[in-house]
Ligand binder design. Sequence first.
Ligand SMILES: *Cc1c(COP(=O)(O)O)cnc(C)c1O
Length: 356
Amino acid sequence: MKNHFPNSYAEINLQTLTDNINEVKKRVSPPKMLAVVKCNGYGHGAVRMAKHIEEDVDQFGVATVDEGIELRMGGIKKPILVFGVPDSRNAAAYGTHNLTATISHKTHFSVLMDGTRYHLNFDTGMGRLGFKPEDAAEVRQLAVLNQRLICSGIYSHHAMADDPGADEVEDQHKKFKTILEKFEEVPLAHMSNTGASVHYDIDRFDMIRSGLTICGYTAGKKQVDWLKPALTWKSKLVQVRKVAKGDSVSYGGSWTAHEDGYLGTIPVGYGDGVPRSISNKLEVLIDGKLYPQVGNVTMDYIMVFLKGDKLSPETEVILMGDDALDASDWAKSAETNVHEILTGISNRVVRSYTDM
Ligand SMILES: *Cc1c(COP(=O)(O)O)cnc(C)c1O
């Protein structure tokens, strides 16, 4: 569906993406950087984002073949690594669109077409995809036997790096190092995601993989002041009405006015990506002032208590970013992570771009 009359906008500052990349380069000094732009670039618009940062990074990473195709159709030329699983349906598309596959299981060696580039994925503790460390010798043999394919990298993924201080990060790191002894001639080894890059001072190998950092956030609860969120979500008041002490608001009556005042209605709800679990815990910025969101979040609307401020409809509301709460504050209140908040901003919300 085309949005002719959008109720809200997610404004993405492209320059901020570049600034975040430069900050990461300055502080983490990664040899190379792969920009993860899966799930429509964490809601920032994968093609726009990738085009803007293509000169600043070495590779791109996506979850699915379709996401890789979208980048190629959008004109992206740098290598694109697909983290997902190759199968008989999508195998030919790696060649057609010059995408790098991930081999994370023995069967993938036979599924891929001649000449396909791939990275090996080892599971050092994530428990999702990838070969086990004890399979390293056998995997090496399979790689050598399958000269019809081109091994251009090897990687692993951290499970515990979102917040500082986890011993598992060092454990996984050591396991990967041991695996690499069997793959010395593979040109590119990589492991660090956002959490490992920002919170841990460990070997970066040949490349880091950064998704959330580019958008301006770290993964866990601890944010850093040198990253800046690139996305600002804006809407407008559509109605302002009187509310009397004792009136209850929204489904289920989870909020009751404790004084007379004004109530503002904003046309975004969980259908747009405001999680219902954030009900009565969100605050939004209007005219430089934070107002509490009250009552349960509905599919299409949230309400805010304006106290005595009789604001006019059409007044701009900043829901997320800028001087309002950011996606990390939202994540804490909704008891989830920043990734889920950002990727939850739905297609009802029109993306717009600035570059300054
Ligand atoms: C999503 C993903 C990343 C990026 O994670 P961030 O925490 O956003 O940096 C890196 N590697 C793999 C394999 C991923 O799936």
